[in-house]
Design a protein around this ligand. Structure first.
Ligand SMILES: [Zn+2]
Ligand SMILES: [Zn+2]
Length: 361
């Protein structure tokens, strides 16, 4: 039977979001209904609301979530009712050209639910990143549910569903940080702090955090930065060189989505170093580099999509590290709020006051 539940919907471009009744259908073949326990507020939700992703309003927002499987559709064998799951937007297909080449983290045909959730008048909802978890229940594809250890706090491990995973993965998977490496992270918001935590997990001995905001630099230290550089008062490239015996960092991670940070990260690398871009740029941004520097400095320039993660491989492992006290996911949770508080949380996020506001249901 279709469930009537409360959900946070963006009805039109730029308008404040509203808490409304939505209809969640019973799961069809390959689908699962999840009772949401917690869901983080991410910049991407705000981008949907602002019409910056596409025009397919109304959107059911929310996508960094954990909860309990309520019902499963026909042919679902990977999870069962009662399982504690973290949701993901990379349910790999196993059949596309990326999957067939053994690189499923690039999957070009990821799965979402085939049925639509709707408003009470039948208007179909577009679920943010195919998830839509600012709601008491949501409908997803079975592959979007990754079962993890149920002893974990939902508000902490739900964050693995998007921004925190992107940051951790940018260091661990895309940057391939190794024990003893030096790493510089440009931008210390949620993704940047997660990149710092990832670099620490991977064994980096020098982790340099760069930001313009001293509050964010203090936070970066809590996540494992060994040195901090305030870009508003220091020459960033010179500072990174000074902190790495004059060489530059082995891995530079750009976590802002800014041409200036990208250029600094490019030149702050050691010879043959790696530049990872995980900050999401806007369509108008450009970079202009002398080709001789691209060639002459060598190494690798790598965009990181969702941290090159594979949820089925990474979420259970990261939850285990969290439960062992080796990955402090609780530190990302600045505040917990209710479903009706998402609009206000957007404003706090825009003012840079929070790492993550997390809706708890
Ligand atoms: Zn695929
Ligand atoms: Zn997100």
């Amino acid at each position: 039977m279709t469930s009537e539940v409360q959900g946070v919907v963006a009805m039109a471009k730029g308008e404040p979001v509203s808490l409304v009744t939505i209809m969640v259908p019973d799961p069809g073949p390959g689908e699962v209904v999840v009772r949401i326990q917690a869901c983080g507020v991410c910049h991407t939700d705000l981008h949907y609301r602002e019409g910056a992703i596409n025009d397919e309003f109304p959107f059911l927002l929310g996508h960094e979530a954990a909860g309990l499987v309520e019902t499963v559709g026909r042919d679902v064998t990977s999870v069962e009712p009662g399982d504690f799951v973290v949701l993901n937007w990379r349910a790999v297909c196993g059949e596309c050209r990326a999957c067939r080449r053994g690189r499923p983290w690039y999957c070009f045909a990821t799965h979402n639910a085939s049925q639509k959730m709707t408003l009470t008048d039948g208007t179909p909802l577009s679920a943010a990143l195919g998830i839509g978890a600012f709601a008491e229940k949501t409908l997803v594809a079975a592959g979007q549910c990754t079962k993890v250890d149920p002893r974990a706090r939902p508000e902490a491990v739900g964050l693995l569903g998007c921004g925190v995973m992107a940051g951790l993965g940018s260091a661990i998977w895309t940057g391939e940080v190794r024990a003893g490496d030096s790493v510089a992270v440009f931008g210390c918001g949620g993704v940047g702090c997660a990149a710092i935590a990832g670099a620490r997990l991977a064994g980096a001995t020098t982790i340099i955090a760069i930001d313009l905001d001293p509050r964010k630099l203090d936070r970066a230290r809590e996540f494992g930065a060994t040195d901090v550089v305030n870009g508003s008062s220091e020459d960033v490239v010179a500072a990174v060189r000074r902190l790495t015996d004059g060489n530059g960092a082995d891995v530079c991670i750009e976590a802002v989505g800014s041409p200036k940070a990208m250029e600094q990260a490019f030149y702050a690398r050691d010879l043959a170093g790696t530049l990872v871009q995980v900050g999401v740029p806007t369509p108008d941004m450009r970079i202009d580099l002398p080709m001789i520097d691209f060639f002459g400095r060598g190494g690798q320039l790598k965009p990181s999509w969702y941290g090159d993660c594979l949820p089925s491989r990474d979420f259970p492992m990261l939850v285990d590290l969290y439960l062992q006290g080796r990955l402090d996911l609780d530190r990302f949770v600045t505040e917990t709020i209710g479903l009706g508080d998402v609009e206000e949380a957007f404003h706090r996020m825009e003012r840079g006051e929070v790492l993550r506001s997390v809706v708890v249901i």
